[in-house]
Structure formats: C-alpha cells, structure tokens
Design a protein around this ligand. Structure first.
Ligand SMILES: Cc1ncc(C[n+]2csc(CCOP(=O)(O)OP(=O)(O)O)c2C)c(N)n1
Ligand code: SF4
Ligand code: SF4
Length: 702
C-alpha cells in the first residue's frame, strides 16, 4: 500500500488512469503536451499567465505546488498583474523576436474568469489577429460562472471570444478537459488562431477517473483547406495598422476555414444517440449536455429507448464555429432540433445560419419553442430542474411519453434555505469596513464585498462595481448627489490589479472620496495568493502620495510591523482602535484621501499556523459564564462568528467557539468584564496541531 501522498502523483505518470479534478486536468495539460511534443521530436516550452478568479481560482495555486515538475516540462508560470497585461504577454509568446535556437515554439496558456476575458478584450483581439506560431499555439482558459455563485454578474465567455475570432471548445467533463485541451493546442497551431476553452464551474470542480495515455489524442492535420494546400507561416512580430486589416481578413477568412477543416477531419462533435427514423434531434455541449443527459435519464429514456422513439442526440465539442458538415448530416430527416444551451442563443443561431438553406430544414428550438414562447431559460445556470420541463414539453410535442421523475427536482434558484455569506472569525474586514454614522459607502471586489449583504448601516455599501472600478462610479454620481463624500472600500489585491488607476481617476476628476485600502496581504477571496506586483505598505503610501493623494493615514493591528522611518513624511500610523477618528479626520480633508487599514487575513494566518509557518499562540479568549450577562453586545461590536449564544445552567450566555476562533483578540477590545484570557500549555498546543495520527499508527481494517 502506498502511504505517502505527493501532488506530483497526479501529474508524473503518463499512462493508465488518474483521478483528476477539472483544475488538475488543466494543470496536467501542458505537461502532456510537452510529452507529446517531445515524442514527436519537437522542442517546445510553455508559458502560463493570467489572473486568479473562480471557477479557476485554484489553478495558479496548484501550478505553484508543482515546482520542479514544471521545470522538467519546460513550463514557465508567471502570475499576471491583471488579465489584460497577461493576454499581452501571451501575444508575445507567439511573436518572439530571435527565438532561442533550442526551441521550435512556445505554447501560451492564458487563464482567467469571464470578467477577465472581458477586460482582456483589446489584447486578445490584437493577439488573435496577429496569430499563433505553427509550433506554439495559444489556449484561453475562460472560467465561466453562469449562476454568479462567486461573481458580481453571471457569465458566459463564448460570445465574447467569438467576437474576437477565437474558436471555442466546451468540455462536458474532466476527460474532455484533457482531450479537448490537446486538440485546442493542435487546432491553434494548425489554424493560426487562439483557441478558447470554456471552463464552467461544474467542470472546474468536478472529479473524474481519467485515462491519460498520450495516444488518446492523435490530431489529424488536413493538407488542404477548401481544396487549397494549407501552409502556415509564423505571425509577424510587428502588426502595423494597415497590416492588421489583412490579419483580420485571415482571422475570419482562411484561418477560420482551417478551423472548420480541422474540426471536420477530427470529428470532435459526436452523435451519441443515433436513430435512422429520427424526428427530433437534441444538441448540447459542456455542462448543459450533462444536465440534458441526466434529465433524459430521470424521464426514463436511455439510449436504446431514444433510438427506438426516434430521437438523435449530438454532443458538441466546438461551439464556435460550428462545423457545418456534421450538423447538416445530423439534421437529415429531422422535424426539429432542440438546442440546450446556457444564456442567450449562441449555438442555436449558428445552426439556423447553417441549416436555413438546406432543402428540408428542421425547426430549431431552444430559447423559444416553435410558437415563440420561452422554452429553455436564458438566464442563470441550466440545472436539471430547469432543463427537464423543457425537454419533456418538446418530447411530448413528438408524442414521446416520459416517466414522471421518482423524486422532486428542486430548482437551485429557489432553494428551501439560504445561508448568507459572512466574514471568517477574526477577519480584519469585520472591523475595517465600519464607517462613522451617516456615511455613504462604496463596496469593492474581494471578501469585503460581503458588506453588500449586511443590514448594518455602518458598513452597508450603496454600490458595488467591477474589479478595478472602485470609486469611479462616484465620479459620475457626485455632481448630481446631495451627498458630498464617499468612503470607498478597495482590497490590496485589487489595488495592484487595477484599482490604483481608479484612485488616479478620482484624483484627476477632483472627487471628494476617502479610499479605505484594506491591506490583508493576500488576494483572499480566491485562495490567498500573493498579489502580483505587491509592495510593502509603506511603499504603497509613497505611491499614493506620488499619485497626488491629499492625505494618507494608516490604521494597523500592529503599528510596529514596519520600521517607523519606512513611512513617508506626513503619514500617521495609528492603532486600529482609532479607526473612527481616522475616518472623521480624512473625510474632513477636501479631495482624495486614503486610509490604509493593515491587518492580515485571518484565514491565511490560520493556514500558516497549520502548516507550521507561524507559531500557534498560547493565549486563548474565554468568556466567564458567571460574569457574562448574555447580552450579545460583544458579537455586535466584534462582528465575529465565533461568539455563540449558548444556554447554560446560569441562563443564556455567550461562548467563544474555540475551534473556529482565529485568535485575533479583537473581541477583547470591547468593555465587557466577562472576557478573560488564559495561557495554555505550549506542549499541548504543539500536540493539538496534529489531530491525525501518523500513518504508521493507523491500523488496517480487520
Ligand atoms: C476582472 C476580475 N478578475 C478576477 C476576479 C476574481 N476576484 C474576485 S474577488 C478577488 C480578490 C480581490 O482581492 P483583494 O482586493 O485583495 O480583496 P480580499 O479578497 O483580499 O479582501 C478576485 C481576484 C474578478 N472578480 N474580476
Ligand atoms: S479572538 Fe475573539 S474576535 Fe477574534 S476570532 Fe476569536 S472570538 Fe472572534
Ligand atoms: S478569507 Fe480572509 S479576508 Fe476573506 S473573509 Fe476570511 S479572513 Fe476575511
């Protein structure tokens, strides 16, 4: 029995089967491509860059854990400062001046969530028009959060990518991530276009036992495109404004036709249920494909039943552009094709374009039924609960009877219970987001955005922008508002990503605003990454003053963290209990002021303690049950989830939940005499770190 776990075990083997999540499959992909290239005698390197964000928030963290394995496979991982600049770097990988002589090409992987795809638009359009190196290739890993589970708005990137001329593949499971990923690189090299992969939440988070043998994918590269020999050159390192018109023509002309030739030759779209006398065809890709299959199963229709009842099913791999040959033969003899896809009609309109001129064309339904009534929801996520009723209706229209599902399917958009997200125990945002009475507050992106869920007037945000827009909304509101000042929250991760520009905009427009720059040392919401481009807080203060900020003031949980002489002149450093006074002072200063609130993320501290990177304190906070009156005021003051109401033999009391307490001691700063601290035995603390016995002490089951 293997007793040690090494993350590399998922990535080092190159044959057999491995359990992988969608994210882990994305980590494997560049390694597999390098293995395949090496086997073909091609010397390639890989450059990965992008910006973290769900649903591919953990991608960068997993890559960083690989260490030497990345080096062994020629992978260079450089976290981007933001998505747009990262996309520009990817463009660079395909147009390398004087490429190293030991290299045939460099593969570029860009990753980011859908808002990152949006903000990287100009760079992606430039890069895609310029094109890819024939031995390099670019893959855009676009993280889509259709239900807006951890985003400010729901998203689907395919339309955005298609507008830039970037073909899009849509994996429907983890195996697809591996296999279509390899095709994405081959397609990009062959066609000269960047290729997108739509990584939706349910794919990124899924786990699957995957086949990893390299020869699973053996791309066919047609010699001809539209009967003309196909030959590729490396793209120009300089794309002049005049030359870009030609590049546009080739991106949407010959290079796009090459994509279609590749898709046709490799038959990536599959008819998974065939029926010679079919009347109804169902087409889906990605996560909606899985929702459709599960719905059919619940309706009692397996593949044999579907074949017998005259239903064909197609699993699309490429959702942009759609390969016309496959869909045209799929449509033969059908009365209707039902397209099951998320958001607005995208595949559906392409099918109409392709099939409109064929002699006996089927009706195409999806967002609307044949009478023009709404059928498949065009918002949110396509869960089984939302797909099943639509499927049932269209099956009934073809006289196909279905079972009533044995269990009730509950729509996720109407859950029986909701849990409002809240700050971790000891989170600095618990206190830093409080403002003086009567303040107008702007929310920002990051964990502190949870202020939009609170009823507490002292912290509740009146607005919330996209990442990097923090405070710019006020520029358009201020001239027309009775309010004269805004407190604008801004995380340090966001500051380095793009938020510093919003401060510049506020200065240039003459806004009256106080930014609350919440320095917790990490990009907390996406897993605790170091912000790319980060600087020590005193240097941030210098940057801000150099930009023209009128006053900078610091409130800190530890005023001795930086040497006193590290701070620029005129910057006061106060203890965090003076937050209210600091805010009163800054809002009385005309112009743009910045309050830097410095206190580390409590969860990051907890992780560090678990991993032995920080000592575990020996001081614990407890509430004396004979003194406590159970008023709950400490919970209101500290906003901490670890303060639990309990019933004791003395009546209702408050108790510190020691398991979740993050030991930041902020609850001690209230006036309550019931709070006491105790010192615990350091040896017991050390022992408590390892709650799991050593592996050799675990006995085999008898
Ligand atoms: C353009 C864009 N890229 C990425 C994200 C994903 N995202 C959401 S919150 C967040 C972290 C922000 O970090 P920070 O500003 O440090 O705030 P914290 O979470 O640490 O409070 C990120 C990267 C996003 N929403 N928009
Ligand atoms: S010390 Fe107090 S405020 Fe801090 S996490 Fe523990 S209970 Fe919460
Ligand atoms: S992860 Fe860190 S910043 Fe986010 S809520 Fe928890 S403690 Fe606060």
């Amino acid at each position: 029995m293997t007793t040690t776990y090494d993350p590399a075990d998922r990535y080092a083997p190159d044959t057999g089967r491995v359990l992988l999540s969608g994210i882990q499959a994305l980590v494997r992909l560049p390694l597999d491509q390098h293995r395949a290239d090496t086997a073909r005698g091609l010397s390639t390197a890989t450059f990965i860059t992008g910006y973290e964000g769900s649903p591919i928030g953990g991608y960068d963290l997993q890559l960083l854990r690989l260490g030497r394995l990345l080096d062994d496979h020629g992978v260079r991982f450089v976290p981007g400062v933001n998505e747009e600049l990262a996309a520009t770097s990817i463009w660079g990988t395909q147009t390398i001046p004087q490429m190293r002589t030991d290299l045939d090409g460099v593969i570029g992987f860009w990753y980011g969530k859908a808002p990152g795809v949006d903000r990287a638009g100009d760079a992606m359009r430039h890069g895609n028009y310029a094109g890819t190196h024939p031995s390099g290739g670019v893959v855009v890993l676009a993280g889509d959060d259709p239900a807006s589970k951890s985003s400010t708005v729901p998203s689907a990137s395919e339309g955005t990518l298609a507008d830039r001329g970037i073909p899009v593949l849509a994996p429907a499971d983890v195996q697809d991530v591996l296999d279509l990923g390899r095709h994405a690189i081959a397609l990009s090299r062959y066609s000269g276009l960047w290729v997108g992969m739509k990584i939706a939440t349910d794919i990124a988070d899924a786990f699957e036992d995957c086949a990893i043998d390299l020869d699973r994918v053996d791309p066919i590269l047609p010699d001809e495109v539209d009967d003309v020999p196909w030959h590729r050159e490396a793209p120009p390192t300089l794309m002049t404004p005049g030359g870009s018109v030609e590049r546009e023509a080739s991106a949407f002309g010959e290079r796009r036709r090459a994509v279609l030739a590749y898709l046709a030759a490799n038959r990536l779209d599959r008819v998974v249920v065939e029926s010679s006398r079919a009347r109804l065809g169902i087409v889906a890709a990605g996560v909606p494909y899985q929702a459709m299959r599960e719905s059919l199963r619940l309706l009692g229709l397996d593949d044999t039943a579907l074949t017998g009842l005259g239903v064909r099913v197609m699993r699309l791999a490429a959702i942009s552009p759609i390969e016309p040959g496959g869909i045209t033969s799929f449509a033969e003899g059908l009365d209707e094709i039902l397209v099951i896809e998320e958001k607005r009609p995208f595949v559906e309109t392409q099918l109409r374009d392709i099939l409109y001129n064929i002699e006996r064309r089927p009706a195409i339904t999806g967002a609307l039924d044949p009478s023009g009534n709404p059928l498949i929801p065009i918002d949110g996520e396509l869960t089984v609960a939302r797909v099943l009723p639509a499927l049932r209706k269209r099956l009934a229209a073809h006289n196909i009877e279905t079972d009533t599902p044995a269990r009730t399917i509950i729509a996720l958009d109407d859950p029986p219970a909701r849990r409002v997200p809240f700050f971790c125990s000891g989170c600095p945002h618990n206190r830093s987001t409080v403002t003086p009475d009567g303040s107008l507050i702007g929310g920002g992106i990051g964990c502190h955005a949870m202020v939009v869920f609170t009823d507490d007037e002292r912290r509740r945000a009146a607005s919330l922008t996209q990442m990097g827009g923090e405070g710019a909304q006020w520029i358009g509101q201020e001239p027309f508002s009775e309010a004269t000042h805004l407190f604008q929250n801004l995380g340090d991760g966001t500051y380095f990503h793009s938020g510093s520009l919003a401060i510049r905009a506020a200065i240039s427009s003459g806004s009256h605003v106080t930014y609350k720059l919440l320095v917790n040392d990490v990009v907390a919401m996406t897993g605790g990454q170091q912000p790319a481009g980060t600087r020590p807080t005193p240097q941030i203060a210098r940057q801000l003053l150099a930009e023209g900020v009128d006053q900078v003031l610091v409130c800190s949980d530890d005023t001795s963290r930086h040497p006193a002489d590290a701070w620029p002149a005129g910057v006061d450093v106060w203890t965090r209990d003076r937050l209210e006074e600091a805010q009163e002072r800054l809002r009385s200063v005309p112009g743009v002021t910045v309050l830097i609130y410095e206190a580390p993320c409590a969860t990051e501290i907890r992780r560090d303690r678990r991993r032995g990177r920080r000592p575990l304190p020996t001081t614990r906070v407890v509430i004396h049950e004979l003194v406590c009156e159970g008023c709950g005021d400490c919970g209101v003051v500290s906003n901490c989830l670890s303060l639990h109401p309990v019933t004791t033999e003395f009546g209702p009391r408050t108790r510190v939940d020691q398991a979740s307490c993050n030991l930041d001691m902020s609850c001690l700063e209230g006036d309550c005499p019931a709070f006491v601290t105790v010192e615990v035995d350091p040896d017991a603390v050390a022992a408590s770190r390892s709650i799991v016995p050593p592996i050799e002490e675990i006995r085999d089951p008898e």
